[in-house]
Design a protein around this ligand. Structure first.
Ligand SMILES: *[C@@H]1O[C@H](CO)[C@@H](O)[C@H](O)[C@H]1NC(C)=O
Ligand SMILES: *[C@@H]1O[C@H](CO)[C@@H](O)[C@H](O)[C@H]1NC(C)=O
Ligand SMILES: *[C@@H]1O[C@H](CO)[C@@H](O)[C@H](O)[C@H]1NC(C)=O
Length: 259
């Protein structure tokens, strides 16, 4: 059986809120060695999500047998809203489950609430993600990235990202006008999470769909920083760290002939 307990419900609530607008149905693979792992692709097959909640994120984690839980994230999100952020949250499933039990425990009031969510069979292709070399890697405050994405979305459906060794330029151009934000690398010794770092092998000039980026930045609540790895003509990686594990988004760039 699976018995996975978070000391505070907030982490799992934030993780599900970060992905539920991008993918609707996905398999949660649970194992004693890897915790909870999810790989899913959005309907348009442009955005791919890879989530790993290591068992260190849990107060208690027990998974006797590897399990695949097919979950409807919209329904899961609705159930998770029933619990408070500081409730203790436990996920329970039998060895051949047809439902997932979700348990909230209010630590102060001794109130326990329990929900059962029906599991689904999700039969689409499984996918594999290869690790690859990147042309460049950027680390920056996740809030700043979210603000740029949201501000630029007002101008255009596309966001251009151009990285050279001494700057990152975000640009958008649409019918009402154009905008750009330029960031220079800087190190903040007192608050390292506010630094902007560029690691460059070769410069890149890529364009992404603003709608997808807008979904990606919903993960901003998970981490103070975001790491972005870009490669010419290849999917970009946007990574938010968990206390142990990660939430990664792989987004295919737009090509000239689509614009
Ligand atoms: C949930 O699954 C368990 C074990 O498979 C089963 O005993 C229980 O009746 C199910 N509960 C609901 C509400 O379907
Ligand atoms: C989800 O898991 C089921 C059961 O293991 C499997 O048959 C199916 O292919 C998986 N779907 C995806 C999208 O990985
Ligand atoms: C970036 O690419 C676009 C489209 O391919 C091109 O129009 C633009 O001139 C390029 N900008 C730079 C700075 O390379």
């Amino acid at each position: 059986m699976l018995e996975a307990q978070f000391e505070d419900a907030s982490l799992f609530k934030k993780v599900i809120d970060s992905i539920k607008d991008s993918v609707k149905l996905c398999n949660f693979t649970c194992s004693q060695s890897d915790g909870i792992v999810v790989q899913a692709i959005d309907d348009s097959r442009v955005l791919l999500i890879a989530l790993k909640i290591d068992n260190d994120c849990f107060q208690d984690f027990r998974c006797d047998k590897n399990l695949v839980l097919g979950l409807d994230l919209e329904s899961l999100g609705k159930i998770l809203k029933q619990g408070n952020n500081d409730d203790r949250l436990t996920l329970l499933a039998e060895d051949s489950p047809d439902n997932l039990t979700i348990n909230f425990e209010d630590k102060n009031k001794d109130r326990i609430s329990e929900f059962n969510l029906k599991l689904m069979d999700i039969d689409s292709d499984s996918l594999s993600i290869e690790d690859m070399d990147n042309d460049c890697s950027i680390t920056m405050p996740s809030n700043d990235f979210a603000k740029i994405v949201r501000d630029m979305k007002i101008l255009s459906e596309s966001l251009q990202i151009i990285v050279t060794k001494d700057s990152i330029k975000f640009g958008a151009e649409g019918s009402i006008g154009a905008g750009k934000v330029i960031l220079k690398p800087q190190t903040n010794i007192d608050k390292p999470e506010e630094s902007v770092k560029i690691n460059l092998n070769s410069p890149v000039n890529l364009t992404f769909g603003a709608k997808y980026l807008n979904d990606i930045v919903k993960a901003t609540t998970l981490s103070n920083t975001v790491t972005i790895k870009l490669t010419d003509k290849a999917p970009a990686l946007f990574e938010y760290s968990l206390p142990s594990g990660y939430l990664r988004f792989y987004l295919a760039p737009k090509f000239d002939d689509e614009e």
